[in-house]
Design a protein around this ligand. Structure first.
Ligand code: PEP
Ligand code: MG
Length: 587
């Protein structure tokens, strides 16, 4: 039994068997196999080599057409290398002697080859290193890819363990089979974690080298609340954790009772609680928990779930379904926010050096106008069916907002000409998640209908802390006084122009940060559906006056540590019931 602590990003406790997902972009872990699996691993090796040779024969035939016979010779050389009996023999030997997987043996032997060539003084040999790495990658893709595609057709329930998962991999999971996730990399606000919460899959990230320690089938306990993974637990530990999960479900159920109650502070001020969703079917939870609408509909899944760009009708059908489910409650649709850690196929194929600062979100949309127009047309058409707001992410200058607004007006004209109905008064807002936008909030307030503060990115960009990097996870702190001051100034600027402000970053679902947001003047919190009960309980047990005094004092501290310690100490003392162990998992 071994206990490893990481970052709990999606709550819930699960006991199950590991399914270790290899990742083509990393070192292949040395995973031991049982002696009786040797022949199967050797068969996998041969299948992967045959498939790679077949690929190369296709590539060679095409190269002959495109570049002529001589130029295509290189592929004959590659095919020859792959069929080399000595090389295949040494890979088989590693599998047999060391009892390891085919992928590990391939990685190992190709690595040795590459090292040998690299050490040769003649440059004719050193240039072959790339060819070897490329060949190894091709064979590994067949071995590793074979394992990852089986994820779609899992027969049993498993806990998926991986070095890293992309949001598109997570979106594609069979929710009935994936009980929990555990990854070596990642942070609380990385999109894979957000998607795990949306899917109600308990998850722990930032586990460093868990992957390399596991073989498929090992029993694991995943505690997504505490951020703990236990490898090969004994019976007593399993019992204890299952007991905790049952207790947790009971609390969750009792919190659901709160759904029917009003979200008002003890001194009578209304704080609106809305839901953040990734998928239309989460709206059932949003309604069950008594939210007053959707404050953030992330539409990226439309682009991540397939390799093709969604058409206007695909967008429209999803929005219509949301509106129907919401039965008159407002739906805030955020336009596409791809880029950074939310990568579509085209982002993966054209990687950027520094994607969080690159062509993401509204920047990408403004450079891909036909694609952007499809989404805007669909949102406008949907606005004829119910209360819809359109929200633009990652604006960093007023010029970007104006360009988007012009485009929206153009689309409105087209729709009018075509006699297609839409709401001409559909509110148009921006996310405040880049410090430049926060600092220019009074400029934006003159032109927009609402603000939504996105603390995930606002913290990332204000504190220069990558939200997806577990190595700096302890520096990702929304309670940093610099962040609090930006929030305070945004709220002040908005109030002067009567512009409503909400907050939709993950930290709005944290009771301590939520108390600060309320104290700083935010009157709408948009949170993961499962966080609604604990936030509503907070609102109903605290006064506005208390929140304001808390925020005033917190903002006067010099560091995030002081702020966090102060807020925690006050709230624990004054409203201890707000700390009952309960996580944002829909029950
Ligand atoms: C945010 O940045 O706070 C936000 C809500 O947007 P996302 O997490 O989708 O980037
Ligand atoms: Mg964001």
């Amino acid at each position: 039994m071994e206990k490893i602590t990481g970052i709990g990003v999606s709550p819930g406790i699960v006991v199950g068997r590991a399914f270790v997902l290899d990742d083509e972009h990393r070192r292949i872990p040395r995973r031991p196999i049982a002696p009786e699996s040797v022949e199967r691993q050797i068969q996998r090796l041969h299948d992967a080599i045959d498939a790679s040779v077949a690929d190369l024969e296709r590539v060679r035939a095409q190269a002959e057409v495109d570049m002529g016979r001589d130029a295509a010779q290189i592929f004959s050389f590659h095919i020859g290398m792959l069929k080399d009996r000595v090389m295949i023999g040494s890979i088989e030997e590693v599998i047999r002697d060391q009892l390891v997987t085919a992928e590990y043996a391939v990685d190992h032997i190709f690595g040795q080859w590459a090292d040998r060539f690299r050490a040769m003084p003649d440059s004719a040999f050193t240039t072959k290193v790339n060819d070897i790495t490329d060949l190894a990658g091709r064979v590994l893709e067949h071995l590793v890819g074979e394992h990852s595609t089986t994820l779609d057709r899992l027969d049993d329930e498993v806990i998926v363990v991986a070095r890293e998962l992309t949001p598109s991999q997570t979106v594609g999971f069979n929710r009935n089979k994936v009980m929990a996730l555990a990854t070596d990399l990642g942070g609380k606000t990385s999109h894979t974690s957000i998607v795990a919460r949306a899917l109600n899959i308990p998850a722990v990230v930032g586990l460093q080298n868990l992957c390399a320690k596991l073989t498929d089938g090992v029993t694991l306990i995943i505690d997504g609340d505490a951020g703990v993974v236990i490898i090969d637990p004994d019976d007593e530990t399993i019992e204890r954790y299952l007991g905790q999960e049952a207790e947790r479900d009971k609390i969750q159920l009792s919190l659901k009772e709160l759904a029917k109650l009003e979200s008002i502070t003890t001194d009578g001020v209304r704080v609106e609680i809305m839901g953040n969703i990734e998928f239309a079917d989460e709206i059932t939870d949003v309604i069950d928990y008594g939210c007053s609408g959707i404050g953030l509909f992330r539409t990226e899944f439309l682009y991540l779930a397939t390799n093709t760009e969604p058409t206007e009708d695909v967008h429209f059908d999803v929005y219509r379904s949301c509106i129907e489910r919401l039965g008159g409650l407002p739906l805030t649709i955020r336009t596409m926010d791809l880029g950074a850690d939310k990568s579509s196929r085209s982002h993966i194929e054209n990687p950027e050096r520094n994607p969080a600062l690159g062509l993401r979100s509204i920047r990408y949309c403004l450079q891909n106008l036909p694609m952007f127009k499809h989404q805007i047309r669909a949102i406008l058409r949907a606005s004829a069916l119910g209360p819809v707001k359109l929200m633009i992410p990652l604006v960093s200058s007023i010029g970007e907002f104006r360009q988007a607004k012009h485009l929206i007006h153009d689309v409105m004209e087209d729709l009018t000409d075509a006699g297609i109905p839409f709401d001409p008064k559909m509110p148009l807002g921006v996310m405040i998640e880049v410090p430049s936008a926060a600092l220019l909030a009074s400029t934006f307030a003159r032109e927009v209908d609402f603000f939504s503060i996105g603390t995930n990115d606002l913290v990332q960009y204000t504190l220069a802390v990558d939200r997806t990097n577990e190595r700096v996870a302890d520096l990702f702190n929304p309670t940093h006084p610099a962040v609090l001051k930006l929030v305070r100034d945004v709220v002040r600027a908005a109030r002067r122009r009567d512009v409503p402000v909400s907050s939709c970053g993950e930290s709005a679902g944290d009771i301590e940060f939520a108390a600060l947001l309320i104290g700083l003047g935010v009157r709408t919190l948009s949170v993961t559906p499962g966080s609604v009960p604990s936030i509503k309980r907070l609102v109903r047990s605290i006064s506005m006056d208390r929140c304001e005094r808390l925020a005033k004092k917190a903002i006067s501290f010099d560091s995030d540590t002081e702020v966090s310690m102060y807020v925690r100490a006050r709230l624990r003392k004054e409203i201890p019931e707000a700390y009952d162990r309960v996580g944002p998992r829909a029950g």
